[in-house]
Design a protein around this ligand. Structure first.
Ligand code: THU
Length: 131
C-alpha cells in the first residue's frame, strides 16, 4: 500500500533542524512506486520536502505521469503538501481524469484530496490563447 511505503520512508527523514519526519511515496501510471523523505540542511533554505524527493526520483527513472502521492508524518497534525510541492505535482499529474490523488496521513488520520482541489488553476506555462 502506498501509505505504508510513505510511512517507511519517513523513518529515513533527515530533519535535525525541525525534528519533523515526513515520508512520501508516488504511484506512477506504470504502477511503479518511488519514495522520498524530507532532507534538511544546516543551511536551512536548502531543505527539500519528502514529496519532491519522491517525485524527482520517479522522473529520474523516466516516470513522468503520477496518479497518486501519499504523504505521512507522525508529528504533523493535518499534514498537506506545501505550495511548492503542489506546483511540482501539477507538472507531472496524470492527464486523464481523475488526475492526481493526494493521500495524507498525519496525527489526525487519513484523507484523500484531489490535486485539482489543493491547487486549482495551477500555472502550466502554456502559451495557448485560452485566457
Ligand atoms: N515537509 C515535507 O517534507 N513535506 C511537507 O508536506 C511539509 C513539510 C518538511 C520540510 C521540513 O523538513 C519539515 O517538514 C518542516 O517544515
Amino acid at each position: 500500500m502506498l501509505m505504508t511505503a510513505a510511512r517507511r520512508a519517513a523513518g529515513n527523514a533527515h530533519s535535525p533542524c525541525s525534528g519533523i519526519r515526513v515520508g512520501a511515496a508516488v504511484l506512477t501510471g506504470h504502477e511503479r512506486v518511488f519514495v522520498g523523505c524530507n532532507v534538511e540542511n544546516a543551511s536551512l533554505g536548502l531543505t527539500t520536502c519528502a514529496e519532491r524527493v519522491a517525485i524527482q526520483s520517479a522522473v529520474a527513472a523516466g516516470e513522468k505521469e503520477l496518479v497518486a502521492v501519499a504523504v505521512f508524518s507522525p508529528e504533523i497534525e493535518g499534514i498537506t503538501p506545501c505550495g511548492a510541492c503542489r506546483q511540482v505535482m501539477a507538472e507531472f499529474r496524470a492527464p486523464a481524469p481523475p488526475g492526481l490523488l493526494v493521500l495524507v496521513q498525519g496525527k489526525r488520520g487519513t484523507e484523500a484530496i484531489p490535486l485539482s482541489k489543493l491547487l486549482p488553476r495551477a500555472f502550466t506555462g502554456s502559451k495557448g490563447g485560452g485566457g
